[in-house]
Design a protein around this ligand. Structure first.
Ligand SMILES: Cc1ncc(COP(=O)(O)O)c(C=O)c1O
Length: 469
């Protein structure tokens, strides 16, 4: 009986999904519905007897038209947000359909093996040590957390402290170092790990936001004892890479653990043209990245990679009498990520890597970077527009009229205009527009249209400002 309810409902959802995807490239990128409008449509007292399934699905689809920001649109340049590769989305549908609890092998041999292979491919693609542990977590936040939990384990173990058993009560102190421009999720991970953010020593950065290796050197010389250093591949504003070769030489000499946050930057390793940026990254102890950014799998999926698989497993594993965990080669995901029950989020990664191959991923990375240069090129041709960063990857910082207020007004104006969406930031005390090209489907034409919209807004506001004077 129950089975008969699936086909018509899934077909309905399919029709809605197709329509959403059909409109996506052309629809306004901004979500138009206000909170009040959405509440008006969606809030009601919880009914006692429920409603027809089809009506519920229709309601959700109708509200997505104006309530969802089109962040998988090819003209969405906000934050660092990829879209969904068709094969990744299709695989993700299967994941929901299979409804596997992918925590342990015995529940889902299928997912365990798919993730085992996906993990091997990820290491091959990034050319990282093949013996590393790999976990598919919810995002780079939890990938950073996972890697730093392994670092905490290994560094405290090196001074005879079992942090998993004893916690941090009375533990030897860990030296924590990060760049002054490390991503906030490094701080949050330190918080979750009970290490605190005040304990983090910040190494100043250069004009592009790269950690100053000379200053790290000086700092390390003053420190003794177990040390964790967090470097960055891909500054969230400029896309710049810390000098990883030099940093790795220093951490190695000091016996420190080197973690690299490469939420999007690690993907440069897949590109022959861009991998030079990440030279030395293979010398680190752990790496965190996202698949939902540059690989363009649907939310959510981050990847934690730890050279020392034993430390990774010890920091994460959970066991209980009622679980059936493998003792052999089979992979139990609970060993590699913080979650217990979990979605089979490695499956879309497998599907996308299998469908694209390494050259397909390389092409994806190179294409986005080329579009970022194209955007910078068009915008910088306009008098009064300045690109603030060296465009080395997929990130572009733009300033208008060398004026904070005007720059912020252009950002708001572009968001309202609706052709494309992008955000703002403050970069070295200057307001800047922040453009990230991370979508597989962004075309040259999308960039031309978006740049034209940005310049239209700028010219109108500049004209307005002149008129007002
Ligand atoms: C450099 C960097 N690290 C970490 C993160 C956090 O990633 P997530 O949002 O997937 O947790 C981001 C997200 O933008 C990032 O750019």
């Amino acid at each position: 009986m129950a089975n008969r309810r699936f086909p018509p409902l899934l077909e309905r959802a399919h029709v809605h999904a197709r329509e959403y995807l059909r409109q996506l490239p052309e629809r306004e990128v901004l979500a138009r519905a206000s909170r009040e409008e959405l509440l008006e449509a969606l809030r009601q007292p919880l009914t006692a007897r429920g409603e027809a399934d089809a009506a519920v699905i229709d309601l959700l689809a109708a509200q997505a038209e104006r309530g969802a920001g089109a962040c998988s649109s090819p003209r969405y340049f906000g934050f660092v947000i990829g879209g969904s590769y068709p094969v990744a989305l299709a695989a993700d549908w299967l994941v929901s359909t299979w409804d596997q609890n992918a925590g342990i092998y015995v529940i889902s041999p299928l997912v365990a093996v798919i993730e085992e292979v996906a993990a091997e491919w990820v290491l091959e693609l990034f050319d990282l040590p093949r013996e590393s542990g790999v976990g598919f977590a919810t995002g780079c936040q939890m990938a950073n957390f996972t890697c730093l939990a392994a670092a905490r384990h290994a560094m405290l173990q090196s001074v005879g402290w079992d942090v998993e058993a004893e916690g941090l009560h009375g533990a030897p102190r860990l030296n924590l170092i990060a760049s002054a421009e490390s991503h906030v999720t490094i701080d949050v991970a330190m918080r979750y790990l009970g290490l605190g953010t005040n304990a983090i020593r910040r190494v100043p950065t250069d004009a592009q936001g790269r950690m100053r290796a000379d200053l790290l050197h000086e700092l390390l010389d003053t420190l003794e004892g177990p040390t964790i250093v967090c470097a960055q591949a891909g500054n969230v504003n400029t896309g710049a890479f810390d000098p990883l070769n030099e940093i790795a030489a220093l951490t190695n000499a000091h016996g420190a653990w080197l973690h690299v946050d490469g939420a999007f930057g690690l993907w440069a390793r897949a590109s022959r043209r861009h991998r030079v940026l990440a030279e030395g990254i293979e010398l680190a102890d752990s790496w965190a990245t996202d698949a939902h950014k540059w690989l363009n799998v649907p939310y959510d999926c981050g990847i934690a990679i730890v050279r020392h698989a034993d430390a990774h497993r010890r920091a994460m594993t959970s066991t209980a009498a009622y679980l059936i965990q493998t003792q052999g080669a089979e992979r139990d995901a609970v060993d590699w990520v913080p979650e217990f029950s979990r979605r089979a989020r490695g499956v879309p990664v497998y599907a996308t890597l299998r469908a694209l191959g390494s050259e397909g991923v390389e092409d994806l990375v190179d294409r986005c970077c080329t579009r970022a240069w194209q955007m910078a090129d068009i915008l910088s041709g306009e008098v009064g527009v300045r690109i603030l960063n060296e465009v080395v990857l997929n990130q572009v910082l733009v300033r208008f009229g060398d004026d904070d207020e005007l720059t912020r007004a252009v950002i708001t104006g572009v968001q309202q205009e609706g052709t494309c969406w992008l955000g703002g930031t403050t970069w070295h005390d200057l307001a800047a527009m922040r453009i990230s090209v991370s979508n597989w489907d962004t075309s040259e034409e999308d960039v031309v249209r978006s740049a034209a919209a940005i310049l239209r807004v700028f010219r109108a506001l500049r004209g307005g400002a002149h008129a007002a004077q």
